[in-house]
Write a protein that binds this ligand. Structure first.
Ligand code: CP
Ligand code: NVA
Length: 307
């Protein structure tokens, strides 16, 4: 079953095929009404079930419009209004949703829940974010980078702040596409070792540094995310530890002159990034958000064997 729990479930060649398909489909519908299906309707008569145990704006909206543009139908299930929220097991939910839907996208906390869902579902399961990783976001990020004209192999990516789920998937992508990551993160907030080790084993340079200026020096891309992810405590000591990693104009100026700024959003303006950077000329965050639609279409097509 082609599940997409992490990028490596698909592998570099399949993710590259997703990017290429996303570029073609995006180009083919320039100027079209947003809900008009793609001409070939490759997922006509298909249902995508989406299960949310955490909040979402982009993942929810982009998968919704993505399945419609592919000719299919979205079905949204919020944990708070389903029996999942009252203790029905993941396994039973997987068995039942597999009878209604052709694919299941889930956003949850513990990554083991997504793995369990995939084990008991008889349709493909897509990770729409867990505490561990956020692979769908990174397909959109890679698309945004490629669209900007920057080649992925050899790219120098700087990450600032928390070593979280988004960084984990970026590091996984670095291993698959041969780019390098220098993460400026405080002590105790390093990214998951398994992702770092896997990317290094594939030949990517993954540096963990404490100095924010060192992290951005010579970078082609500067990327950050919230200091407090969903489900984490708003601990005062964590915010204090993150403060030196705020992406402001001065820090951005330490990267290459043509460096781009990415953020998966939602942004906490004045915390991990200042307005002048996220609203500035180097920022590509709105393209990145739009690209969730195009990227998610390709993920769905791959998962359903249409790529
Ligand atoms: N970037 C992202 O996944 O956004 P949402 O939390 O709004 O889905
Ligand atoms: N790291 C963030 C990403 C949100 C899209 C979180 O998990 O809350």
């Amino acid at each position: 079953m082609p599940n997409f729990l992490n990028l490596s479930d698909a592998g570099g060649d399949a993710v590259a095929a997703m990017l290429s398909d996303a570029i073609d489909r995006k180009a083919a519908r320039v100027g079209w009404p947003k809900a008009k299906p793609d001409a070939d309707k490759p997922l006509a008569d298909h249902v995508l079930a989406m299960v949310f145990e955490k909040n979402s704006t982009r993942t929810r909206a982009s998968f919704d419009i993505a399945i419609r543009q592919l000719g299919g139908v979205p079905m949204i299930l919020d944990a708070g209004t389903t029996q999942l929220g009252r203790g029905e097991t993941i396994a039973d939910t997987a068995r039942v949703l597999s009878r209604y839907a052709d694919a299941i996208m889930i956003r949850t906390d513990d990554h083991a829940k997504v793995e369990e869902l995939a084990e008991y579902a008889s349709v493909p399961v897509i990770n729409g974010l867990t505490d561990l990783s956020h692979p769908c976001q990174i397909v959109a990020d890679l698309l945004t980078i490629v669209e900007s004209g920057k080649a992925l192999p050899g790219l120098e990516l700087a990450w600032l702040g928390d070593g979280n789920n988004v960084l984990a998937s970026l590091i996984e992508a670095a291993g698959l596409f041969g780019f390098h990551v220098r993460a400026g993160v405080p002590q105790g907030y390093e990214p998951e070792a398994r992702f770092v080790e896997a990317a290094r084993a594939k030949g990517s340079r993954i540096d963990i540094v404490r100095d924010a200026r060192e992290a951005v020096a010579g970078a082609d891309l500067v990327v950050t995310d919230t200091w407090v992810s969903m489900g984490q405590q708003h601990a005062h000591n964590k915010l204090a530890a993150m403060a030196p990693y705020q992406v402001d104009e001065r820090l951005m100026a330490g990267a290459k002159g043509d460096a781009l700024f990415l953020h998966c959003l939602p942004a906490h303006r004045g915390e991990e990034v200042v307005d002048a950077v996220i609203d500035g000329s180097q920022s590509r965050v709105w393209d990145e958000a739009e690209n969730r639609v195009h990227a998610q279409k390709s993920v769905l097509l791959w998962a359903l064997g249409k790529l």
